[in-house]
Write a protein that binds this ligand. Structure first.
Ligand code: ATP
Length: 321
């Protein structure tokens, strides 16, 4: 039986039904600094076993969310639960089950990697040194060099190896590939997907990189100005929106353009002479059939899925559909 199942405290008067399958649950969570509100009413769920990307531009609120999950900042309002425990109130239980790499990671410059491993093993309830060594070898990190001789990217790799040492149920990473060269970046991504997630560990990572979400995540939440502008499964997002290119026999009149703009699933309309490009949510065939029955003859049409990167960029701009 897992540790958290043995030690779970039961609450009789929760304001909502906790999701047993959730690794992380945010319910109407808001945060502020000195009275300035920076995260507004966030609600989303990270399923156990998923790789979940939290995407946002500079200052969107990613680190503040992660600080809250790690127990460094209490939520101003709402409830935040990690592996079924409430942050702040049951933080010890959370800390025993979560590994993290964030700006809070305290790395000791004067110590060697081997000394850091010994120290970490004493602080943790359990420690899998062969596993840590395997990851250190994967990153080709020298065990007997002092941390102060390491680059920023190497330090991130050490922090990741140490975070994995106590075999966490959940790994929380704040920009896990920041400062890494393209080769190290690739090793970290393939390690996280191929080794860590494959062991059943839930991975929650904050990033500014679209490509990282595309390569790693199976779920994504996008923050814009401290608000949730998108939250969905990545596979859903790959097919969720379509570009429809219509070529009319003659330039469509203003009346037809107004009709297109008024259609419920149509998100954007651009016209250039006889050609019209629609961006729409959902499946396009029914819409095309509808337009073919209109009095304005269509010469041609083409449907392509809106690329995932474009869907994410739209959400980053706060223009979520
Ligand atoms: N210690 C602090 N005191 C006051 N305001 C803060 C503090 N830390 C962050 N903020 C503000 O909170 C907002 C969210 O910041 P946060 O660091 O969470 O964003 P982020 O998405 O992680 O950004 P980045 O990608 O640039 O690291 C920003 O407006 C920032 O100015």
């Amino acid at each position: 039986m897992k540790h958290y199942e043995r030690t779970r405290e039961h609450h009789t008067s929760l304001p909502w039904e906790p999701e047993e399958s959730a690794a992380i649950e945010l319910v109407h969570f808001s945060a502020s600094y000195g009275g300035r509100s920076v995260l507004h009413d966030l609600s989303f769920t990270v399923p156990r076993g998923s790789i979940f990307g939290l995407l946002g531009t500079n200052g969107a609120g990613k680190t503040t969310t992660i600080k809250t999950l790690l127990g460094f900042r209490p939520p101003q309002s709402g409830v935040v639960r990690v592996l079924g425990y409430e942050v702040g109130r049951q933080q010890q239980a959370i800390n025993a089950l979560v590994g993290s790499v964030s700006e809070q990671s305290s790395l000791y410059d004067g110590l060697t990697v081997a000394q850091l491993c010994r120290l970490s093993s004493q602080l943790q309830r359990r420690w899998n040194q062969p596993l840590v060594q395997r990851f250190l070898d994967l990153f080709a990190l020298p065990a007997h060099a002092r941390l102060k001789t390491f680059s920023r990217g190497m330090r991130s790799q050490v922090a990741l190896c140490l975070a994995l040492g106590h075999e966490p149920e959940l790994l929380i990473l704040d920009e896990p590939t920041a400062g890494l060269d393209p080769l190290a970046h690739q090793v970290v991504l393939s390690t996280l997907i191929g080794e860590v997630a494959a062991r059943g560990t839930t991975i929650f990572f904050a990033t500014q990189q679209l490509a990282e979400v595309e390569a790693m995540a199976d779920q994504v939440a996008v923050l814009h100005g401290g608000r949730l502008s998108l939250y969905d499964e990545v596979d859903q997002l790959r097919t969720r929106e379509q570009f429809v290119r219509l070529v009319y026999a003659q330039q469509p009149p203003a009346e037809e353009m107004a009709y297109l703009r008024g259609l419920p699933d149509v998100l954007r309309v651009e016209q250039e002479g006889r050609a019209v490009r629609l961006r729409m949510a959902g499946e396009a065939q029914a819409l095309v059939a509808l337009l073919q029955a209109r009095p304005y003859a269509l010469r041609d049409h083409e449907v392509v899925a809106v690329p995932l990167a474009e869907v994410l960029l739209t959400a980053l701009r706060g223009e979520g559909a």
